[in-house]
Design a protein. Structure first.
Length: 490
């Protein structure tokens, strides 16, 4: 978020002040909104003031827009609070934190099937965006060194990816001067097209991106097919183009739900992978990871050896200081859940997602674009031409507290506007049933408002999603919940 300095005028005194509503009765005077106050205040007054103001935010538990974790064990909360004062860059001072990061990188490289005979390397980052910038830089430098070694020009690098990439890829291309080559989507294809991608690859291509899965629909891109097609192209032309897999969300889903799907270091062209620890890695924001298959995939020139903190350490990152607590929390999840624990959680989320998709489809006026079969994400559009839009539906649901985003697809499918529900821990079976009932009520409300019938299927008593555990209590909606299904939303 880029914040702007607000112009302050003498006439507009109101805009200058923050007037506490009730924030503790002792705090009766206004304070400056955009200028640092001259005087201190008591800590509990400051706490209450901020606490009250933040209640204007949406409820994270009902935020179905985000992939990012909104719930953790209380033991993880405790560890994070205990380590909030540690800077992860202070390697010599906090060697055990470094050890935990090392263990996480080891666990991830093995989760992604890095060959044991190769020397995988990796690092924690602030999120997948930083991880992607680092991976992109490594691809660019590797390509440049290879071009220079062959005596070829190295001034026009390009990167091939689907138009559905997350904005961090556009940033990478612009910030680091790489030509982005976007494979357009189509009305019936919302991920990269393999043939279309191959047609864009040339001797200046630093890499091809495969996404696991797409931010727009949750669908996995065909990384195996990209690998095979690139193999053919490179053997014909004598190139060596790597694949980077943006597994921001899928990196903690596919290994547990689709273990036989080869998308990772099992594929020879996959040289680097990023994953967001703060998405399905189940850690609060901000931690991400980037892993290279072998240290030769990460040019040495990008690594800085830093020795002024005591000792000498290798560093590759866009940031220097960063909190240690998310790394500690990631390690907590790894040992607390283990592979079976992650599998159980992902299985429960997938069941909720596929149940939601079936129920939403049964409501009638929707066409499903994502049913939670890859990522536990449900994506749908309005079928036909009803007199309201997905944006109206999103706004109406917001009045009940649900945050279900509506947006247009990427080029060339931007005429299609969709709603997306990201199923995360915290969306219990009961809440999912409530959501379906509120979507039905929202449709009925919009229908009544526009006085145009849209054929909303009659309410039927729905069973809640599957019976498997997860870590939250799950179960069938109670009679009370069923009775609420017809409740008006507005
Ligand atoms: C596919 C994909 N890549 C990258 C990102 C950026 O991740 P982060 O928010 O961890 O920086 C996202 C975020 O949603 C994503 O969905």
């Amino acid at each position: 978020m880029l914040s702007k300095k607000v112009a302050i005028t003498d006439e507009d005194q109101e805009a200058r002040r923050l007037i506490p509503t009730y924030a503790r009765r002792g705090l009766s005077h206004p304070i400056c909104r955009y200028e640092m106050p001259d005087e201190p205040m008591e800590p509990d007054d400051a706490y209450q003031l901020i606490h009250d103001e933040l209640s204007l935010d949406g409820n994270p538990e009902l935020n179905l827009a985000t992939f990012v974790t909104t719930w953790m064990d209380s033991e993880a909360d405790r560890l994070m609070t205990e380590t909030a004062n540690k800077n992860a860059i202070d390697w010599d001072e906090y060697p055990q934190t470094v050890e935990l990061q090392d263990r996480c990188v080891n666990m991830l490289s093995r989760l992604y099937n890095a060959p044991e005979h190769q020397q995988s390397v990796g690092t924690a980052t602030v999120g997948s965006s930083e991880a992607i910038h680092l991976a992109g830089l490594a691809m660019k430098w590797r390509w440049r060194k290879s071009q220079e070694a062959k005596g070829l020009p190295a001034d026009r690098p390009n990167l091939v990816m689907g138009a559905n990439v997350q904005v961090c890829w556009e940033k990478f291309a612009r910030y680091f001067d790489v030509e982005p080559r976007y494979v357009p989507l189509a009305d019936d294809r919302f991920v990269i097209g393999v043939n279309e991608a191959m047609a864009m690859v040339d001797e200046n291509t630093i890499g091809v991106v495969g996404i696991l899965g797409s931010t727009y629909t949750g669908e996995y891109e065909p990384v195996g097919e990209l690998n095979a097609a690139l193999d053919r192209l490179c053997s014909e032309r004598g190139w060596d183009v790597p694949i980077h897999v943006d597994a921001a969300s899928g990196g903690f889903v596919a290994p547990f739900l689709q273990p036989d799907l080869a998308w990772d270091f099992r594929l020879s062209r996959v040289r680097s992978i990023n994953v967001s620890g703060h998405k399905y890695g189940l850690v609060y924001p901000g931690v991400g990871w980037v892993i290279w298959r072998d240290q030769s995939d990460l040019p040495q020139e990008l690594i800085f050896t830093v020795d002024y903190l005591g000792g000498s350490h290798d560093n590759f990152g866009l940031n220097f200081s960063r909190g240690a607590s998310q790394i500690v929390a990631q390690y907590y999840n790894f040992i607390r859940l283990g592979r079976q624990g992650y599998r159980d959680v992902m299985q429960a989320l997938a069941e909720t997602a596929s149940w939601l998709a079936a129920e939403i489809e049964a409501l009638g006026p929707f066409e499903m674009l994502g049913r939670g079969t890859d990522l536990p994400v449900v994506c749908f559009r309005l079928a036909g031409s009803p007199p309201f839009t997905v944006f109206d539906l999103s706004d109406t649901l917001r009045q009940r507290g649900w945050i279900v985003p509506a947006y247009a697809m990427a080029p060339d499918a931007e005429d299609i506007a969709v709603l997306r529900i990201v199923v995360r821990e915290g969306l219990s079976a009961d809440m999912a049933a409530e959501l379906v009932s509120d979507i039905r009520a929202a449709l009925e409300h919009l229908e009544a408002k526009t006085a145009t019938p849209v054929s909303v299927a009659a309410a039927k008593p729905a069973g809640a999603p599957g019976g498997r555990g997860g870590r939250r209590a799950r179960g069938r909606p109670s009679e009370t919940n069923k009775a609420k299904k017809t409740r008006a939303i507005c």
